[in-house]
Ligand binder design. Structure first.
Ligand SMILES: Cc1ncc(COP(=O)(O)O)c(C=O)c1O
Length: 471
């Protein structure tokens, strides 16, 4: 390859060769995979010593721009991403200590195990791919330039109207589109609410056991988080510490226990919030999938004082990859929450929001929910039946009539069985994985990611492991 390198004067040739080669690689003039001339050849051409060229090559190799292959020559590294950082790990700017307590995010593409009982994921093979493709294409084909500019931080107006209608019909949540804020999944709600209501050092409370992300979001903002025990009726209101400003709860399907908060407990919690000037974040994350009975009224519907932020998600009904959810806030909080969304990341992607609004408006969303409810109900029934038949000696399923997971209490530590199961292709979690103070023994079985016909063989493998002494 003919590389043009300018050398003037008699000094600094090594640096000049290094800088010009580096610039050529970064600018893409020499592409990944291309070979550099042998050091002897380039030295001759530039009329410098071979050591000078070798030193420049060595530095570029050490910085990850070049790779030497024995007998073949020196090549530009295949992809810039493979270049190691020139700064070693250790020194440099350190994050706040709050971040040390936050575990690394889960690996995004962990290969699916043979039997996947992880909770919280829907059956993605049943995502309405064809309809979604049509809805997205229609938005793009229509040449709607307004979808390509900055959008409304509160969310696409059509989508907010559909969300208000949906929660009104399905959950009796009375709210106008003006109270809806579209979020990047349920997870963003806790962050936005904390931004507008809490200072570092303030106190918040979460259910224990509970869904970890809200606790971590609050902790990372410097908020002190109290884990509060949950009994058969829901969060133990009497155990919420004085001075708590925010309580995050999952009343319709406690995560991970699966219980529904009793009506008395809901009223007690609302009353507590009013007396303590606190906000309740009500996460109704998988409420669309209810298999028997009528759900109790959400806290939001029982609240007449503007204490509740209601949270919904499209992660369970459609896909977590959309990163679309919503909150419904008391009017007093909406403007600040919209500003917080604007300052955080401005808004959710417009085209996807518009596609979802159309999906809901044309009835496809409701049909998809009905279809998936049947699918999950069958899995829920099968899982419950097999647990009752084959695991009664050490597992007691907890009452649950909704959602995408089922939990079972145990008298014995289930950690060893979970670890053995994972080694043998069965992914599941211990109830203790979701505990902060108290780590209850028990198992959590998700049935969104496991096909119905995989449930019995998966549980048979688990039974065999338990019989081998892993329980
Ligand atoms: C309790 C709970 N809330 C919310 C979510 C969904 O979060 P997001 O909408 O951020 O995907 C999950 C998903 O697992 C969950 O288990």
């Amino acid at each position: 390859m003919e590389i043009h390198i300018d050398l003037t004067g008699t000094r600094g040739h090594r640096d000049a060769i290094y800088r010009q080669l580096r610039a050529a690689i970064l600018a893409g003039r020499i592409r990944p995979g291309e070979a550099l001339p042998p050091t002897r050849e380039l030295a001759q051409r530039l009329a410098v010593s071979r050591t000078t060229v070798s030193a420049a090559y060595d530095r570029l190799t050490a910085e990850g721009f070049l790779t030497g292959r024995v007998g073949a020559g020196t090549f530009v590294t295949a992809s810039p991403a493979e270049r190691p950082s020139p700064v070693p790990d250790g020194p440099g700017v350190r994050p706040l200590p709050e971040w040390d307590a936050v575990p690394p995010p889960p690996a995004p593409f962990a290969p699916a195990p043979e039997f996947d009982f992880r909770p919280g994921v829907p059956d993605l093979s049943r995502f309405p791919f064809d309809t979604w493709r049509r809805l997205i294409t229609q938005r793009l084909r229509a040449g709607q330039a307004d979808l390509m500019t900055y959008g409304d931080p509160q969310g696409h107006a059509g989508l907010r109207a559909e969300i208000a209608r949906h929660v009104g019909v399905s959950r009796d949540v009375r709210a106008s589109a003006a109270q809806v804020v579209v979020t990047a999944g349920a997870q963003q709600t806790t962050d936005l609410v904390a931004r507008v209501l809490l200072r570092s050092g303030d106190l918040a409370a979460v259910e224990d056991p509970g869904y970890p992300p809200p606790r971590l979001v609050l902790g990372a903002r410097g908020v002190r988080v109290a884990p509060v025990p949950v009994d058969a009726s829901g969060i133990v209101v009497g155990a919420i510490p004085a001075g708590t400003r925010l309580v995050y709860v999952t009343p319709s399907h406690q995560y991970p226990l699966g219980l529904s908060m009793s009506l008395d407990r809901r009223l007690e919690l609302l009353d507590w919030a009013e007396r303590n000037d606190a906000v309740l974040v009500e996460d109704d994350y998988d409420t669309e999938f209810r298999y028997t009975g009528r759900p109790l009224e959400p806290l939001h519907s029982l609240d007449s004082r503007g204490r509740v932020v209601y949270v919904g998600s499209f992660s369970k009904v459609l896909s977590p990859a959309l990163r679309l959810g919503f909150l419904i806030a008391p009017p007093s909080l909406v403007p600040a929450l919209v500003k917080a969304r604007y300052l955080t990341d401005w808004h959710a992607p417009n085209v996807e929001q518009a596609a979802l609004a159309a999906f809901m408006a044309e009835g496809g969303f409701a049909r998809h929910v009905r279809r998936m409810r049947k699918v999950y109900r069958a899995r829920h029934e099968l899982l419950s039946a097999v647990l009752a038949r084959d695991f009664a000696d050490f597992l007691t399923p907890l009452p649950s009539t909704a959602g995408l997971h089922l939990s079972a209490a145990s008298a014995a530590d289930t950690g060893p069985l979970v670890r053995a199961a994972r080694r043998h292709g069965v992914r599941l979690y211990s109830l203790g994985d979701f505990g902060v103070g108290e780590r209850r023994p028990g198992l959590v079985f998700g049935y969104g990611a496991v096909a119905a016909e995989r449930i019995e063989p998966g549980l048979a493998r688990l039974r065999a492991l338990a019989d081998e002494g892993a329980a």
